[in-house]
Design a protein around this ligand. Structure first.
Ligand code: SAT
Ligand code: MN
Length: 610
């Protein structure tokens, strides 16, 4: 069947009339491969969104949320609830370019395997073509992608999470400079076969999340969930973009961006890297408990950063929405998030009541009487089973966030004066410490460690190294990535941000969190802010500078001096063990490990032994 006879469904754009011949050719060959029933070029309009949402309500994929206008509830297949890291591949000609922390695959072999999977995979379905911009449409810092997908859920989610639609095609013009994002849920429909609410390939071994950084292509098969399927996010804005950034001298990072203003009205911007599901969204939207301070949100997950000609590091948030973890989000933990999700939201894998209201554990509200859980079973509070999956999410437009920063869409980005690293560690890592230099900061970032969370499939709780919180997201050799950070510091050494490491999750001998966290994290931000402008003191420890006694603002907090001491304690013996562990972990990078990091490790040991 020639593709020109493919039925165009309620799309205002006819693909044969597309200006961009590259795009037209790709659509034709991809449709030939995947054999969809229909083809639909997305214009990104609200009308289109509403129509798709209504179709999904009719098919049972979506259920309307009764107390939130234009919002929908959705349950995924139980096999498809998080990123599939074991099935995520970087496909480069040389295995060395993917490095020891990525699953590597030969690009030709992988492409052949993928072609087999994609052959006919859209039978009975509609192929949606989704033009989107990461970053404000037309900004020089932005990049364009075209996602191909057979999932209307993905289309609606992409409308929230990215800038999507016709204006992106206008900016693209006839250029071939866009990231090709091929996606299928991997569930062809035979003639007359009834669809399921969440089509996907249930066998995890048949899922593929593959990246071709040499040709700026992403091929994702078998999953409809989160970062596996919303390809603008981790696949493009991190894995592919990090490889582009390495070539072009900038940084694509797994970082939130926040603006913080002191009582005198001085504002600074901070970027912070934490592994998935460690509270980045909460920190980005934090409501300070210290009087007179204000925090505003630029982004909650991804930062693209470049040095400008003044040597300032400028950051943009390439996304347009928040894909936040639902459980634990409440008016207490994150009022700004709660106020961001009053309308135009897609909720996935939370609980849903017979009155059409959504609910999750830690929402700060009593569970509704009659509710189904994320697996569509009647929720029984006595069963010990949760209503909301630990990685259940809300997708909501960033523009709805009450704390959104006035510069969040500024084409020049915002000036970053401090970078925070952090993870979830019950022990040894103090509440906050400051790097002694840029290279020491890179060392800290390279050794980020965290207890595993539910954002990825696998065992929870286990401590793993997650360098720069980029372990699952770096599109090239992690050793070269460290080198890139060192090199940028050398090249732009006049106005570098200060680097810090935080840990909100330290526990006492009874296993209790010692720091209240959430809004009180503003106290740590205050010290960071004042360190940047030189008005706060830092006390030297072997691992870096910590706030000296009395320097961290604990006014109004029920915390003893003894507890503060414990929170900031640096145990030399344990840190010497940590240094051994870092040395062991560094071995995998071989010759790709920059010598500067070995030097930093040596300096750390010297300071610990003094
Ligand atoms: O990758 S997701 O977008 O599904 C969420 C995350 O891991 O941060
Ligand atoms: Mn993330």
């Amino acid at each position: 069947m020639p593709n020109s006879t493919l039925k165009e469904r309620h799309s205002t754009i006819d693909h044969n009339s597309l200006q961009n011949t590259h795009l037209r050719e790709i659509i034709d060959s991809f449709a030939k491969l995947t054999k969809p029933k229909n083809i639909h070029i997305c214009d990104g309009s609200q009308k289109e969104y509403n129509q798709l949402a209504q179709e999904m309500v009719a098919s049972g994929t979506f259920r309307p949320v009764s107390d939130r206008p234009n919002s929908y509830y959705c349950q995924s297949d139980p096999s498809d609830v998080a990123r599939a890291e074991d099935r995520t591949f970087i496909c480069t000609t040389n295995q060395d370019d993917a490095g020891p922390t990525n699953n590597w695959a030969d690009p030709n072999k992988m492409m052949a395997e993928l072609k087999g999977k994609f052959d006919g995979c859209m039978t009975g379905r509609t192929l949606y073509i989704i033009p989107f911009s990461m970053g404000p449409v037309g900004s020089p810092l932005s990049e364009i992608g075209i996602q191909f997908s057979d999932s209307p859920y993905v289309v609606c989610s992409m409308k929230i999470m990215t800038r999507m639609g016709t204006d992106v095609l206008d900016v693209l013009g006839t250029s071939n400079n866009f990231v090709k994002c091929y996606h299928s849920v991997g569930a062809p429909l035979a003639d007359g076969e009834k669809d399921v609410p969440w089509p996907c390939e249930p066998n995890v071994d048949n899922k593929y999340i593959t990246h071709f950084p040499e040709t700026n292509e992403i091929w994702s098969y078998g999953s409809g969930y989160g970062g596996n399927a919303l390809l603008g996010k981790k696949c493009f804005a991190l894995r592919i973009a990090s490889a582009i950034a390495k070539r072009d001298g900038w940084l694509a990072e797994h970082m939130l961006i926040l603006g913080i203003t002191n009582p005198q009205g001085v504002k600074k911007y901070i970027a912070a890297a934490f592994p998935s599901a460690c509270g980045k969204t909460n920190l980005a939207m934090l409501t300070p408990t210290i009087p007179g301070w204000k925090v505003e949100t630029v982004g909650d997950d991804i930062a693209w950063m470049r040095f400008n000609d003044k040597g300032e590091l400028r950051a943009i948030n390439p996304e347009a929405g928040f894909f936040g973890v639902a459980p634990g989000t409440s008016y207490n933990s994150n009022p700004n998030a709660m106020n961001s999700i009053k309308e135009n939201v897609i909720f996935t894998n939370v609980g849903y009541s017979d009155e059409g209201k959504i609910w999750w554990e830690g929402m700060g509200e009593e569970a509704p009487k009659n509710m189904i859980d994320w697996q569509n079973n009647t929720y029984d509070p006595n069963s010990g089973k949760v209503a909301a999956h630990a990685n259940s999410r809300f997708a909501t437009p960033a523009s709805q966030c009450p704390s959104i920063d006035e510069n969040w869409e500024s084409p020049d980005g915002v000036h970053i004066s401090a970078i925070l690293f952090g993870g979830r560690r019950g022990d040894i890592v103090p509440l906050v410490h400051e790097a002694l230099s840029w290279n020491h900061g890179v060392f800290m970032g390279s050794a980020v460690s965290s207890e595993k969370t539910a954002a990825a499939l696998g065992k929870l709780g286990e401590v793993r190294r997650d360098p720069f919180a980029m372990l699952p997201f770096c599109g090239y050799n992690m050793g070269d990535y460290f080198k890139h950070w060192i090199e940028l510091g050398k090249k732009h050494n006049t106005n570098l941000p200060k680097v810090f490491y935080v840990n909100w999750f330290r526990r006492d001998e009874n296993g209790k969190f010692m720091w209240p966290g959430f809004g009180d994290n503003s106290r740590v931000l205050e010290w960071v802010f004042n360190r940047v402008d030189g008005s706060a003191k830092g006390e030297a420890t072997p691992i870096g500078l910590v706030p000296p006694k009395g320097e961290l603002n604990t006014a109004g907090l029920d915390i003893s001096d003894e507890q503060m001491e414990k929170l900031l304690d640096v145990d030399k013996a344990l840190w010497l063990q940590e240094a051994d562990a870092i040395e062991e972990y560094y071995k995998q990078f071989g010759a790709h490990l920059p010598s500067e990091l070995n030097q930093e490790l040596q300096l750390l040991r010297d300071r610990l032994r003094k």
